[in-house]
Design a protein. Structure first.
Length: 317
């Protein structure tokens, strides 16, 4: 696209706002996580509403505080965390395409439920590509806008011309977010090395996400989860959705930007169909794990992919 006047000026970057797409899979052996939208589903919904392909680059705003000014007439949609969103002081609906005019100002207040809101703009957001993705990976300053979170004064361009039709999402499809995330999970590789009490606690008592929660992971507070005996393991592969159990007994749930290896016992792994919800974990949120057996997980994933893929072309979890 020819470079002309930017479509968005950032007035306030909020708590942490980054450009994300579906991520850069296939590079964990090089130490590069997939990254991408932490909540893949809400991200896809926002893009679909404005007529973009589901994985077009969009903005991911964690916890709120984002202020944007539009420099051109365009169409936007917000999905994900429950944040009061206003254009020129007037409330707008989430999960619906909204037309904005040049000079309009969008403000997002703080998240009441969930953690991350996705702002899609018809045509997608232009950003720097690395290994086939523009997703921002903050620890290594890759992708996005100079590999960092947005700040006041940043100017954003469109990645392409708006092409698709404006879409709607049927009401029954909109994901419900609350202050309590229930995640279906199967046994991790070291599950059997946990103490009997710990194995039981994992599925019976809720944990609280502490303030040590970001795109890399969330440290949880709750019953102590410990291994049966003193246990040392070599660094082993780590994936988003894995629950690590360090010696202090306070587990860490790996999220979108998780390290590629870790040296702690891996107690649980959240099933792929539920991993979108990891992106909505905010400090103070309750987290419960529900036992899901290995044979069930592929069926759940197939069903959810079929349901959402019928609505959003080519989307999968």
């Amino acid at each position: 696209m020819t470079h002309n006047m930017s479509v968005i000026t950032v007035l306030n970057g909020g708590t942490q706002t980054t450009v994300q797409d579906a991520g850069r899979p296939g590079h964990r052996h090089l130490g590069i996580p997939r990254s991408g939208a932490a909540d893949r589903l809400s991200f896809a919904i926002a893009n679909h509403l404005v007529g973009n392909v589901w994985d077009a680059p969009a903005l991911e705003c964690a916890l709120g505080g984002l202020h944007l000014r539009f420099e051109k007439d365009t169409t936007i949609a917000l999905s994900g965390a429950q944040m009061w969103a206003q254009i020129n002081g007037m409330n707008i609906d989430l999960n619906r395409a909204v037309g904005v005019e040049a000079g309009d100002i969008l403000t997002l207040s703080y998240a009441r439920a969930g953690c991350r809101s996705y702002i899609a703009v018809a045509g997608g957001i232009a950003a720097t590509e690395f290994l086939g993705s523009v997703s921002t990976y903050l620890p290594a300053a890759l992708g996005g806008i100079e590999g960092r979170a947005l700040k006041a004064g940043d100017e954003l361009d469109l990645a392409g011309d708006p092409s698709g039709p404006i879409n709607a999402i049927p009401k029954g499809y909109i994901p419900f977010l609350s202050g309590h995330a229930v995640l279906r999970a199967g046994a991790g590789p070291e599950f059997d090395l946990l103490s009997a009490c710990s194995r039981r606690y994992l599925f019976t008592t809720p944990f609280i996400a502490t303030s040590a929660t970001d795109r890399m992971g969330s440290r949880l507070r709750g019953d102590r989860i410990v291994t049966e005996a003193d246990f040392a393991m070599t660094s082993s592969p780590l994936l988003p959705g894995t629950l690590q159990c360090p010696p202090d007994g306070q587990p860490i749930l790996a999220l979108a930007d998780a390290h590629c290896t870790g040296g702690y016992a891996r107690g649980l792994h959240v099933i792929q169909a539920d991993q979108w919800l990891l992106g909505q974990i905010a400090p103070g949120m309750q987290i419960s794990f529900r036992r899901c057996f290995a044979a069930e997980a592929p069926d759940i994933l197939r069903t959810r992919n079929a349901m959402w893929g019928a609505l959003i072309p080519d989307f999968s979890f």
